[in-house]
Design a binder for this molecule. Structure first.
Ligand code: G4P
Length: 506
């Protein structure tokens, strides 16, 4: 019998407290022993790779990682999502691999742009959400106002599970609305020291709590699991109010690994056959090795080390001899893994984002899209003898989903496409640091790209007539490069037999 799994991500706007909360969750989960370890680890990691300099300079997290810990018989897989808006594509893919999410909101700021975007991604896949309103140890907005905002902006029912007794200077503690017990700050730093007592509240707070208890829908686990209702916890990650309650909420309410959308039919975790999909590929994690790590979410079956898995649609079976499990403190070789777990599979470039892996290759997981790039640039080499290295680098990064690459049918200047500006910096920095290729990015004569689909004959006609705008992506799919979104519309009107796609599902 395997332990229950909770595979989840934290979504938030930068600065809301995701890193602090992650660290506290790992601490409460017994995975780390000192506060500050997550950041220290981050800095070590950064120091090892030039690429990570960007993270440091910009103060953001570029990569998404996985941390696994166990508490009270439950295994938690926490997938870290990059918080910066430029990385919505990578983040999107990470969110395809979770069964639920924790949404962190800053009590002074409420719902911010990035929270909202990430929330929409969760909603697309009906990922249930537990809300954590952070930083109540500081002055914040009224809890009622914050709850209304979540309900209005996100169109979700809200159920407060606890209540802050004052905020900022007035902060007296957090009251559990079911048991009426209050956890109080203690000691010099006024962090939570485990002291709780029965509520003895001033009139003002007693009235507030009464309103909170009476004024919202009761918590309905089913509505939560359908993504229609969010339980809301107030707390302070910094002062240790809330992380333990959040872990308990994940254990009590969050769904176990869910069936995953696939063709010909969704795959239930109970299926005996081992299946999974790759939601992220990361090259050069270790500068000593040129290998890539493919992050696979296991969707069904019991994975055993050495097992042979076949990527659907391409390639031969691969024997997975050294799978990696991401325990928070260290990577460990996995002997066994269960649905909901994330396995790192070292490989030399055979595995791509979106690949389905299975014992018998009869399924294909769906719903991991590529997005049409919003910025296109021509890549020019400073040293023309480096063409081969450049091609390899661009292919690698396209494979990881960092950038997309287009090889025009006419002409020799390769074009890269990204969804956000920051990815351009990442690209140049990695070209230089990892591939020793000095390149510059020049304006491209195109502004956007669309994958084209339709009858082979129609596609050929279209491509023949528009050769100067045609290119191939990394997987040899035909792509139409356009000067503007307006041009896409204009062309789409004229060629009604061809479909112009802004996303391509792999
Ligand atoms: P992020 O990953 O979402 O970007 O946020 P992060 O945890 O890095 O937190 C952003 C800032 O907010 C940090 O302060 C952090 O200490 C602070 N913070 C997080 N949780 C709480 C909380 O519950 N209460 C209060 N008062 N502050 C909180 P910083 O000054 O930017 O960084 P640092 O110098 O403290 O590391």
């Amino acid at each position: 019998m395997t332990s229950p799994r909770r595979t989840f991500a934290i979504i938030s706007h930068p600065d809301a407290g995701k890193t602090t909360l992650t660290e506290k969750l790992l601490y409460v989960g017994g995975a780390i022993h000192l506060a500050g370890e997550v950041k220290a680890r981050g800095q070590n990691r950064r120091a090892r790779s030039d690429w990570m300099k960007i993270e440091q300079q910009r103060g953001i997290s570029v990569t998404s990682s996985v941390m696994t810990f166990e508490k009270d018989g439950v295994t938690y897989n926490l997938l870290d999502t990059p918080g910066h808006e430029d990385f919505s594509e990578d983040t999107y893919r990470t969110l395809t691999a979770v069964d639920s999410a924790v949404m962190v909101i800053d009590a002074a700021r409420g719902i911010e742009a990035q929270t909202r975007k990430l929330f929409e991604v969760c909603r697309l896949r009906s990922v249930p959400i537990i809300t954590f309103i952070n930083k109540v140890d500081r002055e914040g907005r009224s809890p009622f106002e914050l709850l209304d905002e979540i309900a209005d902006i996100l169109a979700l029912d809200v159920t407060p599970m606890n209540w802050p007794i004052g905020m900022g200077g007035e902060f007296e503690g957090i009251m559990d609305l079911k048991s009426n017990r209050i956890s109080r700050p203690d000691g010099d730093s006024r962090t939570f020291q485990g002291r709780t007592d029965e509520a003895a509240l001033s009139d003002r707070f007693a009235e507030e709590v009464e309103l909170a208890q009476g004024g919202y829908a009761d918590f309905d686990p089913e509505a939560y699991r359908h993504g229609d209702l969010t339980p809301v916890y107030f707390g302070s990650a910094l002062k240790d109010f809330g992380p333990a309650e959040l872990i308990a909420a994940l254990a009590d309410f969050a769904p176990s690994p869910r069936p995953q959308p696939a063709e010909p039919a969704p795959v239930a975790p109970e299926n005996k056959e081992v299946t999974g999909f790759v939601f992220k590929v990361q090259a050069n994690m270790d500068p000593q090795h040129r290998d890539r790590i493919a992050f696979m979410r296991l969707c069904s079956g019991t994975f055993k080390r050495g097992m042979k898995l076949t990527p659907t649609g391409h390639g031969k079976p691969i024997a997975v001899h050294s799978p990696i499990l991401f325990f928070a403190q260290d990577r460990e070789i996995a002997d066994e893994a269960f649905p909901g777990d994330i396995i790192g599979i070292p490989n030399h470039g055979t595995l791509r984002v979106g690949d389905t892996l299975s014992e018998r290759a009869e399924v294909r997981f769906t719903g991991l899209p590529n997005f049409a790039p919003e910025i296109l640039r021509r890549v020019a080499l400073k040293d023309p003898t480096k063409t081969k290295q450049l091609r390899k680098a661009l292919d690698d990064m396209a494979e990881e989903g960092v950038t997309q690459v287009f090889y025009p049918e006419i002409g020799s200047n390769w074009i890269i496409g990204v969804v956000g500006q920051l990815q351009l910096d990442v690209l140049l920095s990695r070209l230089d640091a990892e591939y020793k290729v000095a390149a510059v990015l020049e304006p491209a004569p195109f502004d956007t790209a669309r994958w084209i689909a339709g009858d082979a004959a129609d596609l050929k006609d279209f491509a023949d007539l528009n050769r100067a705008s045609m290119a191939r992506d990394r997987d040899n799919n035909p792509v139409f490069l356009a000067k503007s979104a307006w041009e896409v519309g204009y062309i789409a009107d004229r060629y009604s037999k061809v479909r112009f796609l802004a996303t391509r599902e792999r």
